[in-house]
Design a protein around this ligand. Sequence first.
Ligand code: TXA
Ligand code: MG
Length: 364
Amino acid sequence: METIISRIDMEKIHILQDIMSDKEALDIIDKASDILRNGGLVAFPTETVYGLGGDALDAEASGKIYRAKGRPSDNPLIVHIAEEKALYDIAAQVPDVALKLSQAFWPGPLTMILKKQDKVPDSITGGLNSVAIRMPSNIVAMALIKKSGVYVAAPSANTSGRPSPTTAAHVEEDLSGKIDMIIDGGPVDIGLESTIVDLTEEVPVILRPGYITKEMLEAVVGHVETDKGIREDNNGEAPKAPGMKYRHYAPCGKLTIVEAENGDYEKAAAVINSMAQEKMAQGYKVGILTTDENKNFYDCDAAVMSVGNRREEISIASHLYAALREFDNIHAEYIYAESFSRENVGQAIMNRLMKAAGGSIIKV
Ligand code: TXA
Ligand code: MG
């Protein structure tokens, strides 16, 4: 299949209305909407990562999503909506906490798990009786959902297991020839997938950390818990979100995180330098993931890549997946990464990095 790639010139688009009144942009959205209504697949930008969209109520379209990504069928999809009233159409119960959270954080990077209506096909919920719902704030995503008139099931638009795509070029790398269309709306803002909160139990539970932190949720709905299965000290307990149990977000090379006590990055760098040198002496290609303030600590010939400045956590979040993909492009076989603070967005950054590393962390 030939994949149509259409770029929306975001220089001239600032609000949703700009898309609706720009002929070129609107043509692209119309074309993509037709594809979705006819059961096809369209990759599109959201504020978190690019999504691979299909009609959520069309079980055949969701089958195509799983095949294009090579995704295990027990891993459910998130349904993207553009209006709050869609909640009542998809969820069997909309508790007060869901309304409070939607008012506080939608449109935006928060996914809520609610009991599902029967019309939501089992094929997109992996057989669960709950459904994940999110209203994205990216205006291209908004325009597409509104114009198509369908609820859009969309996982991240990567091949299953690879780092999520933060640019249209990443989507092209993974899915070109396998899907109908890619809308290029420029690089995403946040760069890590949405926070997932399960509202099917008495107390809300975070199943995946993201830009919206536990503290932000608690300010709106009081006590919130974190799924034991996603904690670093999970004692082998399985995560409740099926997708969180896979080694995920991962580059092809073997990634190891090196963490020094009290943020002593110079000490961590010394260990990384010596491990890198040892691997290079054995003939391996080695990559190092660092930050602007620490890159001068590395004096070996490994490919040293900075993901940004530690004072701007959000820039680290938004560059992390691109950096992991870059290590693949240079065929790095061993990758050593510094660790990050676990405060605020740092929680999500470390969660993804730990998963990319398959839990491999050395404390020095
Ligand atoms: O930011 C995002 O959420 C992006 C953009 C495209 O919206 N989407 C995304 O989708 O990250 P995906 O498919 O890569 O991750 C969805 C996660 C998986 O871990 C899945 O297991 C979990 O959501 N999930 C979906 N439905 C669920 C449910 N009913 N119960 C528990 N976990 C669920
Ligand atoms: Mg994903």
